[in-house]
Design a protein around this ligand. Structure first.
Ligand code: CP
Length: 333
């Protein structure tokens, strides 16, 4: 049985198979490939795109998606093992995984890190616990990585640039008033390195480097795929000749769980916001962001409204790639 917890477990050829199938499903969006199948969507955190694209995608292929929000209409869940459950959670992931595996053909989970202790959150324990106790495929809808977003991003890159190998991919940190999850940034590194892109990671300060477990995998994948990974704090060097600009804001890991201590450092990097002046330094690059995005905070109105902004294409591609993924994991079960 196959899970989709991280793209690290899937080869480039397997991912390309999903992207090719997504392209076919874009051309013929409805069918009965998943008639009679069911998928549980467990949301521990809010969502607009992920929830809508999974629900609509399941419907278009004849499946039914059940949305559950533990602690809000469904019982709160405990994920740690061996605890005396005298807190808020009414049931344990062992029973949740077991029960949903009896009802459904797959379980998808969104569970953001808790922003208290990165040494714990970096282990991605929650989705691993679900996968351990489920007897059906588990799909990651964002934890400390966001692999469904990776599929949509790579589908979008290929739609606009063609073959991604050796094209210059800029992953730039951008400003936001508070520290956000590193998941999408980790994921952007993982997918761009798997597909042999020449990556530049632009950060305002060394404290904004990503966790070494993802940096190391990105370096290894880049070496074996024929791509590259460079790091810079120089805005002009980062944007110069880029073919694809991907922006995301995230929290500095040395300050994890202490947002008030990071605030002063973060405040001095408002100028990392993506604007037309920076985009003019590129090789007529496309710009994208996973969304949601605060306008004139992370990127200007002019960038978001420009022809080169493909963020809506990427959001649409969530639908196509997740349908391809559900067909891969659910068909034939
Ligand atoms: N990009 C993304 O996952 O969007 P939502 O948080 O709205 O699902």
């Amino acid at each position: 049985m196959r899970h989709f917890l991280t793209t690290v477990d899937w080869s480039r050829e397997e991912i390309q198979g999903l992207l090719d199938r997504a392209d076919e499903l874009r051309k013929k969006p409805t069918g009965s490939q998943l008639a009679g199948r069911t998928i549980a969507l467990l949301f521990m955190n809010p969502s607009m795109r992920t929830r809508t694209s999974f629900e609509v995608g399941a419907f278009q292929l004849g499946a039914h998606a059940v949305v559950l929000e533990p602690g809000k209409g469904a019982w709160g869940i405990e994920f740690e093992t061996g605890l005396v459950m005298d807190g808020e959670a009414e049931e344990h992931i062992i029973e949740v995984a077991g029960v949903l595996s009896r009802y459904c053909d797959a379980i998808a989970l969104r569970s953001f890190p808790l922003f208290k202790d990165w040494s714990i959150d970096r282990q991605d324990r929650v989705i691993k616990a679900l996968a351990r106790h489920a007897s059906v495929p588990v799909i990651n809808m964002e934890t400390i990585v966001h692999p469904c977003q990776e599929l949509a991003l790579m589908r979008t890159i290929q739609d606009h640039l063609g073959r991604p190998d050796k094209r210059k991919f800029l992953l730039t940190w951008t400003w936001h008033p508070r520290p956000l999850n590193t998941a999408v940034a980790n994921s952007a590194l993982l997918i761009a390195s798997k597909f042999a892109m020449d990556i530049t990671l632009l950060v305002p300060h060394g404290d904004y480097l990503l966790d070494e477990q993802f940096m190391d995998i990105a370096y290894e994948q880049a070496e074996s795929s024929g791509g590259s990974l460079d790091i810079t704090t120089d805005i002009e060097a980062g944007y110069r000749d880029a073919d694809f600009v991907y922006a995301k804001s995230w929290g500095a890991l040395p300050f994890y769980g202490r947002p008030e201590d990071e605030a002063k450092l973060r405040e001095s990097y408002r100028h990392f916001m993506v604007d037309e002046e920076k985009m003019a330094m590129t090789n007529q690059a496309r710009f994208s962001h996973c969304l949601p995005l605060r306008r004139n905070i992370k990127a200007t109105d002019a960038v978001m409204d420009a022809d080169y902004c493909v963020a809506l294409d990427e959001a649409e591609n969530r639908l196509h790639v997740q349908k391809a993924l559900m067909v891969e994991l659910l068909q034939g079960r």
